[in-house]
Every structure is written in structure tokens, then in C-alpha cells.
Design a protein around this ligand. Structure first.
Ligand code: NAD
Ligand code: WQD
Length: 346
């Protein structure tokens, strides 16, 4: 079994590569390093004592991608490579559609050329849009996300569905992630955002380590338990293991063809204030904060119905909120500048 992991040097990709290696899969990583560093894979190799081949390349470069399929007998693809900054996607939407949608199509074309059918795609809870109410279930009609980033995920899901209709051997799995946070328990790999973090936990962690003065909590007047937004936060190692479960599901269902979607979340909504409290409790750090105006595009509350992944993939999030906080802090405090040698502040 040789698994091609696009975007495997990134946050979720590197944790998934670690899980795959620990389960004795052979892994080839293909990443253009536009939002990551090869250092993550060096550390994955140290942690697992296993090798992983790395090829620096862009998924839109079909020639280079083809050379990877020629050199390696790839059996399955896990496709993480994408641009993911929600706010930025409204500034440069064409780059997001180019990279995320056109890039995914290039990858599917090369897979088709080489007769590789098994495809696991990084989708997102954002595909449910504001038309659906929580808990989100896979049977819901996809909504209209509020950003080009979110729309790019819906578009790729639609491309997969149409491709499956035309190619009765294609075996696609769409994993709809909720809010992954945390880091591997070693504290050696973790999330390493460039510049000012957009996401809550990286920002909280950078306040704790002294790189940012205080957190802005975007809104305390939502119709939620304490007025701040609620999300379904899950540990990145649980998410990584969800990919191994999806691969195992594909292998077990050897006659399956088509596309199947699974939510990967805990099924629980946690508010921003609860996150700040949990981080303070777990780490002993104080997080100064201000309540700021709502952030455009934020939904008040959403979380997963994770029953389908529980029953069909035999997957369940095992780590609790305390684990997520402690592991975030172990990574951030041990690596204040992430994988970089400079201070990374911008
Ligand atoms: P990340 O930016 O850390 O990882 C993405 C990786 O893809 C990076 O290493 C980047 O260098 C690479 N990449 C980007 N464009 C590429 C291209 N054209 N060719 C080759 N490599 C390319 O992001 P992440 O948080 O690990 O997210 C992984 C996937 O999961 C993405 O598809 C993202 O949209 C999706 N996702 C993430 C979240 C989240 O909260 N982090 C939630 C839902 C879905
Ligand atoms: C969480 C909560 C903010 C930062 C995004 C994408 C989604 C998915 C995951 C990829 C919200 C609040 C945040 C801050 C704050 N990514 N917040 N102060 O927006 O749920 O999801 O990442 O697919 O598509 O939209 O995650 O971490 O940005 O925010 O108060 O400095 O924290 O308002 O309520 P979000 P987030």
C-alpha cells in the first residue's frame, strides 16, 4: 500500500503522515511548501523512526505529478493540498479557485491516467453553509458558504460527485472536518501559521507565549450559551486517525464505488469563552482578552452529528478538551517560532 499525501508537510497532513507511518503504510508526500516547511516531515521521521519520501511540487503541475505516479506504485491518494485562509480567499478568490479547484481537477486527471481510484479529500464543515442548522448531518443539502474558500470545497465535492457518475470505478471519500486544534503529544509537530493567526487556538497560544498582547473575542452577543460563538473543536491526532479509518474503510469495502461523505467532529459545541477558560485551566497561563465586534461571515454555532463516522468508519474522537489545550501549549511553548529559526512575527 503506497499512499500519496498531497499537502503532507502542512498542519493536518504532517499529523496524518505520522499516523499512517505508525500503521505501517508507505507514504509519499507531495507539497509545494507554500504554507509549510519540510522540517515537519523531518520531525515526523524522528518520531516514527520511519522514512517518508518527499517531493516538492505543485498539484497543478501535472507533468511533475505524473512523474510521481510513474516512480511509485500509488494505491490511494489523500488530498490535503489547498489554500485555507478564509478571509484571504475573499481578497484573492481567483487564486483560491485556481489552487483548490483547478488543482484538485489536475490531481484527479493524473489519478485517472494512472488508474488510481481511491481518493480521500479534505473537506470542511463550512460546506453546510448558513442554510443548515446544527448538528450538521451528511444527508443535508450543501449550503452556500460565506467565503470563496468554502465555495471551493463545495465545488470539489461536486466535481467528485460528477466524476464518480462518469467513472464507475472512482472511490471517493469526503471528510468534512470541524475545527481541528492541538498538536501531537510529543510537542514536536503542530500548527505553524504564517503571520497573524486567523484561527482561535493559534492566536490564544501566541498570546500565552508572549507574541501577541491580547486576544480579541469576536462578539459576545450571539444567541449561544454565553454569547460567544460555538464550534466543534477536535484534536488533530483524532482527525489524523480519521484518515487511517477512512483508508481502512475503503479497503474493507472493496466493491464500493462512488463518493461517501463523513463528518469528523466530536458532536459537541464549545464556546470561545470556554476555550479561553480551558486553556487557562490546563496550562496555568493567563489570556488577556477584549470583546471585539463580530467577525464578518462567522456563524453563531455549529457542531457535527458524528454518528456516521462512529458507526461506519469505527472512528470516534478520543481526546478531550484538556488534551487539546495541553498539547497545543506543549507545541507552542517548545517551539515559540514554529518550525522557523527567526521570530516569525509579522
Ligand atoms: P496547511 O496550510 O497547513 O496545509 C496545506 C498544505 O498544502 C501546505 O503544506 C501547503 O504548502 C500545501 N499546498 C497548498 N497548495 C498546494 C499546491 N498547489 N500544491 C502542492 N501543495 C500545496 O493546512 P491544513 O490546516 O493542514 O489543512 C489541510 C487541508 O484541510 C486543506 O485542504 C484545508 O482546506 C482542509 N481543512 C482544514 C481545516 C483547518 O481548520 N485547518 C478545516 C477544514 C478543512
Ligand atoms: C473559531 C471561533 C471566531 C479568532 C475556520 C474556517 C473553517 C475551517 C476552520 C477550514 C469563531 C472566534 C477566532 C480570534 C475569536 N477551516 N475567534 N478571536 O471560523 O470556526 O472556522 O477554520 O476549512 O472553514 O472558517 O474557526 O478558529 O477562525 O474561529 O474570537 O482571534 O473563534 O469568531 O467564533 P472558524 P476560527
Amino acid at each position: 500500500m503506497k499512499i500519496l499525501v498531497t499537502g503532507g508537510a502542512g498542519y493536518i497532513g504532517s499529523h496524518t503522515v505520522l499516523s499512517l507511518l505508525n500503521k505501517n503504510f508507505d507514504v509519499v508526500v507531495y507539497d509545494n511548501l507554500c504554507n509549510s516547511s519540510e522540517e515537519s516531515l523531518t520531525r515526523v521521521k524522528q518520531l516514527t523512526g520511519k522514512t517518508v519520501e518527499f517531493i516538492e511540487g505543485d498539484i497543478r503541475d501535472k507533468e511533475k505529478l505524473s512523474s510521481v505516479f510513474t516512480a511509485h506504485k500509488i494505491t490511494s491518494v489523500i488530498h490535503f493540498a489547498a489554500l485555507k485562509a478564509v478571509g484571504e480567499s475573499s481578497q484573492i478568490p481567483l487564486s483560491y479557485y485556481q489552487n483548490n479547484v483547478h488543482g484538485s481537477i489536475c490531481l484527479l486527471e493524473v489519478m485517472e491516467k494512472f488508474g488510481v481510484q481511491d481518493f480521500i479529500f479534505s473537506s470542511s464543515a463550512t460546506v453546510y453553509g448558513e442554510q443548515n442548522t446544527a448538528p450538521y448531518v451528511e444527508t443535508m443539502t450543501l449550503g452556500r458558504p460565506s467565503s470563496p474558500y468554502g465555495t471551493s470545497k463545495v465545488m470539489v465535492e461536486n466535481v467528485m460527485a460528477d466524476f464518480a457518475l462518469a467513472n464507475n470505478k472512482f472511490r471517493g471519500v469526503s471528510l468534512r472536518y470541524f475545527n481541528p486544534i492541538g498538536a501531537h503529544e510529543s510537542g514536536q509537530i503542530g500548527e505553524d501559521p504564517k503571520g497573524i493567526p486567523n484561527n482561535l487556538l493559534p492566536f490564544v497560544a501566541q498570546v500565552a507565549v508572549g507574541k501577541r498582547d491580547k486576544l480579541n473575542i469576536f462578539g459576545d452577543d450571539y444567541p449561544t450559551k454565553d454569547g460567544s460563538c460555538e464550534r466543534d473543536y477536535l484534536h488533530v491526532m483524532d482527525l489524523a486517525e480519521g484518515h487511517v479509518a477512512a483508508l481502512n474503510w475503503l479497503h474493507k469495502h472493496d466493491t464500493f464505488a462512488g463518493v461517501e461523505a463523513f463528518n469528523l467532529g466530536t458532536g459537541q459545541g464549545i464556546s470561545v469563552f470556554q476555550i479561553v477558560n480551558a486553556f487557562e485551566q490546563a496550562t496555568g497561563q493567563t489570556i488577556p482578552f477584549d470583546v471585539a465586534p463580530r467577525r464578518a461571515g462567522d456563524l453563531a454555532a455549529f457542531w457535527a452529528n458524528a454518528e456516521k463516522a462512529n458507526t461506519e468508519l469505527d472512528w470516534q474522537a478520543k481526546r478531550n478538551l484538556d488534551d487539546m489545550m495541553v498539547d497545543t501549549w506543549r507545541w507552542q511553548s517548545g517551539n515559540p517560532n514554529g518550525y522557523r529559526k527567526d521570530d516569525g512575527i509579522s
